[in-house]
Design a protein around this ligand. Structure first.
Ligand code: MSP
Length: 494
């Protein structure tokens, strides 16, 4: 039998190193981590990248405001990013920083390729520029004369710049969009398709004024636009163009997990740049929705920014991961509130999962010495494993978690329907076989979503988290070594 191992290359946005990361930033990393862990679980060879976007005017300004040298400032901020990802159990294989020398060289090599293909030319650039978003806007796009994205003041910039011939790629992009299901959710693909059909303008890819950036290789007065710099991280993280090993193995990306606000850069600009360089395009873009707080936009000025660390300290990383995935479907917006979070902890993590594992292990321990836990598969049929695998392959991890949860509820129902606590002898043995095997399957399937919880359940059952064992044992026996532990989750008093 030939076993083929698939590769799976997954990325998150790289975050601007000028600000504290909040719940909205944690969102993309949790989603990507669940997918990365799932793919590792099913045996794929995974490469998972996150990182920091460290060049540009707003980072320079933040460093000045902090009274620090640019590089010391970003070093300090990045340390905090890494701490957050560690606390959230983000299992990235690589953390890429755009100030790494190898990355800077990769960006220059990338721009040289664009130039070789005659896709770069010099011209005057004039437009409305938002420093905070690092984005030029047209007059039409402005909202009440302010940046349509963040509402801040914009300023007219006129300057010499080098342009990338984005317009040249309109037909190729249309063709690509018509042949591929590229962006999820689907309506985001339609949105982009409409914008491409409406006509593409060339984009400036250098700035003369921003000095905290990578120098443009063909003109020492120009610096590379941060978005080009940032997008190339997906290549440089694999060692491109100097080392082929990871690049040959993992390119192209299987999915870029991003926020819906940066879809244009990832779904139009990035593919066109890659086409110009003759590099394969990513297979999918997963454009995630936004988190608001009590239905309001999270913002410093409103003082409603949610710090993920304080939630982890209070409720655990797994509870936060669970909430982010369970509360809404990935592409849609959702509102965070303490009440909604606590309702999910008490009503689902405690009452469904925690309760199931505690009840089953209590029954198993109480069963007479040497109880065999043997029987026939009744409950295992309730697990919709194929549907779950399909949902995960489609990046629909909200549906995936719902399928697992349905099974957890079936297992609790099985205890009640069979009055498992009152059974004896062969009937008790059969019920416990079904319940212990179900808990074992749950420990495996829940692991990508809540790694600490998956491990705790497996430790209490004395079983392994391996996907090849993700079905009821064919010999009709549960063969773990039970050691009941504490409740998995504590009820939060309101
Ligand atoms: N540096 C660029 C990304 C470059 S990727 C090659 C950037 N950084 S960011 O720090 O501003 O934002 C990073 C991501 O966080 C974006 O995908 C953005 O959509 C996401 N989020 C920021 N606030 C968010 C919410 N409130 N909710 C969900 N995601 C949000 O853009």
């Amino acid at each position: 039998m030939v076993i083929t191992i698939s590769k799976f290359y997954i990325t998150t946005p790289i975050y601007y190193a000028n600000d504290k990361l909040h719940l909205g930033h944690a969102n993309s990393n949790v989603i990507a981590d669940v997918l990365a862990r799932w793919h590792r679980l099913i045996g794929d060879d995974v490469f998972f990248v996150t990182g920091s976007d460290e060049h540009g005017e707003k980072i320079e300004k933040a460093a000045v405001a902090a009274g620090m040298q640019n590089i010391d400032f970003v070093d300090y901020e990045v340390k905090k990013f890494k701490e957050l990802w560690q606390r959230l159990n983000i299992s990235n294989d690589r953390f890429i920083r755009t100030t790494e020398h190898a990355h800077e060289e990769a960006v220059k090599a990338f721009v040289e390729l664009l130039n070789k293909n005659q896709d770069i030319y010099k011209a005057k650039y004039s437009g409305w520029y938002c420093v905070y978003e690092e984005t030029f806007w047209t007059e039409l796009e402005l909202k009440n004369g302010k940046c349509p994205e963040c509402g801040r003041d914009v300023k007219i910039l006129e300057e010499d710049a080098y342009f990338f011939r984005l317009s040249k790629y309109q037909d190729k992009l249309l063709d690509f969009y018509n042949k591929n299901s590229f962006i999820l959710p689907k309506y985001r693909q339609t949105e982009m398709l409409n914008r491409i059909s409406g006509g593409l303008k060339d984009i400036s890819i250098t700035r003369p004024s921003v000095k905290w950036a990578i120098q443009f290789p063909f003109d020492s007065n120009q610096y590379i636009y941060v978005w080009v710099d940032a997008l190339v991280n997906y290549l440089s993280a694999l060692g491109w163009p100097n080392s082929d090993v990871d690049f040959n193995k993992f390119w192209p990306p299987d999915v870029h997990v991003i926020g819906k606000d940066i879809n244009w850069f990832h779904s139009v600009v990035w593919p066109a740049l890659l086409m110009s360089c003759g590099l394969q395009l990513p297979s999918n873009i997963l454009a995630t929705g936004f988190w608001t707080v009590n239905n309001e936009k999270m913002s410093k000025s409103k003082g409603n920014v949610i710090d993920p660390i304080s939630l982890i300290d209070k409720y655990s990383a797994d509870a936060l991961r669970y909430f982010l995935i369970k509360e809404k479907s990935i592409g849609e917006d959702g509102s965070f509130s303490n009440d909604a979070f606590i309702a999910r902890i008490n009503g689902e993590l405690v009452a469904d999962l925690g309760n199931l594992v505690y009840r089953v292990l209590t029954l198993a321990e109480k069963a007479e010495e040497g109880a065999k836990f043997e029987g026939r598969n009744e409950l295992g049929k309730k697990l919709e494993l194929e549907k779950l695998e399909k949902a995960m392959a489609d990046f629909d991890i909200n549906l995936g978690l719902n399928i697992i949860w349905q099974f957890i509820r079936e297992a609790n129902k099985y205890i009640n329907d069979n009055k498992a606590w009152a059974l004896q002898g062969a009937e008790l043995s059969n019920a416990l076989y079904n319940l212990l095997e179900s808990c074992r399957l749950i420990s495996i399937l829940i692991y990508p979503f809540m790694p600490e919880t998956g491990e705790k359940i497996a430790a209490q059952l004395g079983t392994k988290i391996e996907f090849k064992y993700c079905s009821f044992s064919p010999d009709g026996k549960f063969s773990g070594k039970i050691k009941k532990g504490d409740y998995l989750f504590k009820k939060i008093k309101i």
